[in-house]
Design a protein around this ligand. Structure first.
Ligand SMILES: [Zn+2]
Length: 315
């Protein structure tokens, strides 16, 4: 736990959200500067403009996280289901296709201004070896490009998209603040999209000074530690997970079977309420015994919706 003085120390970078009078500034990043006004935080925006906002409008600040580089730290307390921030997409790339190549990306590249490209380049493009090889196969042919500059740009962009984008209905989207959230196998936040708005919500209590983390792969905790590590290093990303769960050296248990049994029943379309509820109870018990973290409740809630959908014949 850090005191507010440390969290809002002059020079710290923070993200602004929840401004009602100037909504266009939501999602912007700025450096904290001295402010003479009581109950306000001074922020020097990237545009060079200086503003004074309430503490509540800077829900997260960027801090150095040991072993992870930079990450987002909460500036106040959040409880389960509290929204930490709601963000608009920073960039939208082409739709996720099975074999997206340079042709799909050409219009995006043409419309990308220098300012946005520079900002995009501040995000990590650290892909796994497997992803790297795939990118080289699809984007590594210099002949397909009009110039060396175009070739270099595309190769940079595609790596950044690979590790930062979310597949949405309109295309692959990048959310700038969200891209600074690190991974944890037992995350304290989840990504939701109520009414189509991209929202980061708390699961469990987050205290001021706590790092806010998402699970980059849903339900990763259902896998044993070695498999989680392999997925995070070889799947798409190329990092060694040092979250609290992985540091514990979590045992060999593996809830996948219990989970998949229930998922299979939900997806079967049989609509067997009794069996689905029984399997849900089994999974709930497994969670309680092996995984007493708030994220488990979120998964259960998700499964509850799955069961309701199966009963209604929607699955
Ligand atoms: Zn982990």
């Amino acid at each position: 736990m850090s005191s507010n003085n440390t969290i809002f120390a002059v020079g710290t970078e923070g993200f602004i959200f929840g401004l009602k009078n100037q909504p266009q500034l939501n999602g912007s990043m700025g450096k904290i500067i001295p402010c003479g006004r009581p109950e306000r935080i001074g922020v020097l925006l990237e545009s060079g403009r200086k503003i004074a906002v309430k503490q509540v409008n800077i829900p997260v600040v960027l801090k150095n996280i040991p072993g992870k580089g930079k990450g987002l730290v909460a500036t106040r307390t959040f409880q389960t289901e509290d929204t930490i921030f709601q963000e608009d997409p920073f960039l939208r790339g082409p739709l996720h296709l099975e074999t997206p190549g340079f042709d799909e990306w050409r219009p995006f590249l043409k419309n990308l201004c220098d300012k946005k490209y520079e900002k995009l380049c501040r995000l990590s493009g650290g892909v796994s070896t497997k992803t790297e090889l795939g990118i080289r196969r699809k984007f590594g042919n210099r002949d397909a490009y009009n110039s060396a500059e175009e070739f270099e740009k595309m190769n940079k962009i595609i790596r950044i998209f690979e590790v930062n984008c979310f597949n949405a209905a309109l295309g692959r989207e990048i959310y700038f603040a969200c891209s600074h959230l690190n991974h944890s196998c037992i995350p304290n936040a989840v990504r939701e999209q109520p009414n189509g708005k991209f929202t980061i919500d708390a699961v469990g209590t987050i205290n001021p000074g706590d790092e806010v983390c998402l699970s980059y792969e849903a339900k990763l905790f259902l896998q044993p530690r070695a498999m989680r590590q392999w997925n995070l290093q070889q799947g798409c990303w190329g990092f060694e997970c040092c979250c609290d769960f992985c540091k514990q050296g979590a045992g060999p248990f593996n809830g996948q079977e219990v989970y998949y049994e229930l998922m299979q029943e939900i997806r079967s379309g049989n609509g067997d309420v009794e069996r689905m509820n029984a399997l849900n109870e089994k999974f709930k018990q497994w969670l309680a015994e092996n995984y007493p973290y708030p994220y488990g409740d979120y998964i259960l809630e998700d499964l509850g919706w799955g069961i309701k959908g199966a009963i209604l014949g929607l699955v």
